[in-house]
Design a binder for this molecule. Structure first.
Ligand code: SAH
Length: 362
């Protein structure tokens, strides 16, 4: 676990950078180096994120020379949609092949309040949570910001057909976003920018398994992004059993970093708490959990465990889930039970995995 304290280098796998990896400021800098006026960056952003064209050629208010230069320097589309599965409840799961042949998954969920997209931040995961499917093959590599941005652009293009909009984003797909911090931050800046996809910070949620130093860094960014922590345990012993990351960053240190985050941002946090039958789902655990978080401005989201064939956790019976919720409520904790979506297409929490297409077709 010692290794977790070091960030993996983003291996540059793309031949050229993806145009979707660039923030407006970075694009301005590049344009300046080419002797172009900086307002062209706004024009390029408009083509990318408002008009959502698919080639540089389409950017008709730029000179032919600049369009050629862009095409020489940057990649446009790097994701290839290979599977699109629709669930009975309207949830859609996309399987994308990346530029290097690896694959990732993205999920579109339909709510009465809008369309929410769950994006993948890493190809695989090295955190090893004992209940999660995303970590089964380990970490293949980090995604570049553009590969995360493109997931949203791609889904938005699909929604364009029915004049709908991606209204919120959750970074809760495959991977640990804080293990790919710099690319994550660029992604957030691009989708949040009013000349980018213009998705409000309060409609974006980042979830971490608890990489403590990055929680401090994130608190200092001054962004109004929603913040969620996968807690899953009322004490450090149970947490270490479920999540090896707790051995590198034990629960008391995690709670300190969360207190810092709340003090710094004035925002509340969401705790995700998966109920794993017989492990953390008893009333005594609810009592202990309430005690742990009683002085923290938070909301608890209870997630009934989702079936992962390689993992042998069992579901908590419904009545017990309600009893757990009731106990927390009685102790003044703000709590809801996560509504499940996309069950029939394996798109629910913890069921995503970076499937190797080659393996699938073998
Ligand atoms: N790595 C980040 C982002 C993933 S979010 C994080 O850990 O927060 C996905 C959420 O689903 C996390 O809260 C994760 O702990 C939870 N999860 C993983 N496997 C699950 C399973 N089998 N059942 C229910 N929830 C699960």
């Amino acid at each position: 676990m010692e290794q977790l304290k070091k960030e993996p280098k983003t291996k540059k796998v793309l031949d050229k950078p993806s145009i979707y990896s660039f923030t407006l400021l970075e694009l301005e800098k590049w344009l300046k180096e080419q002797g172009e006026p900086k307002f062209r960056s706004g024009q390029i952003f408009e083509w990318l994120y408002t008009k959502r064209v698919t080639t540089f050629e389409d950017m008709t208010n730029l000179s032919k020379e600049l369009r050629e230069k862009l095409a020489n320097e940057f990649l446009f589309t790097t994701l290839k949609e290979v599977v699109k599965q629709t669930s009975q409840d309207g949830t859609i799961k996309f399987l994308f092949e990346l530029y290097d042949g690896n694959s990732i998954e993205t999920v579109l969920m339909r709510h009465d309040y809008g369309n929410s997209i769950c994006v993948t931040s890493q190809c695989g995961c090295r955190l090893g949570c004992t209940f999660c499917a995303s970590t089964l093959g380990g970490l293949k590599r980090n995604l570049e910001a553009g590969e995360i941005v493109e997931q949203v652009v791609h889904v938005q293009r699909a929604l364009d057909e029915t004049d709908e909009r991606v209204s919120s984003i959750v970074v809760m797909g495959i991977g640990e976003p804080f293990d790919n911090y710099d690319e994550l931050m660029n992604f957030l800046r691009i989708v949040n920018h009013d000349k980018g996809l213009n998705i409000g910070a309060r409609h974006i949620t980042v979830s971490t398994s608890g990489i403590v130093p990055k929680i401090y860094e994130f608190a200092d960014e001054g962004m109004q992004i929603n913040f969620a922590v996968s807690l899953h345990a009322p004490n450090t012993e149970i947490r270490s059993r479920l999540m090896p990351v707790n051995r590198a960053f034990p629960l008391p240190k995690l709670m300190d970093s969360i207190r810092y985050y709340i003090k710094k941002t004035g925002r509340r946090v969401t705790f995700e708490y998966g109920l794993f039958g017989g492990v953390n789902d008893q009333i005594e655990h609810a009592v202990e959990l309430a005690e742990l978080i009683k002085d923290i401005k938070c909301h608890v989201n209870l997630i009934p465990v989702n079936y992962v064939p390689e993992r042998d956790y069992v579901r908590t019976p419904r009545e017990q889930i309600f009893a757990f919720e009731k106990e927390l409520k009685a102790r003044g904790i703000n709590v809801t039970i996560r509504r499940e979506q996309g069950h029939d297409i394996d798109a629910a929490c913890g069921q995503l995995r970076a499937k190797e297409r080659k393996e699938e077709t073998r």
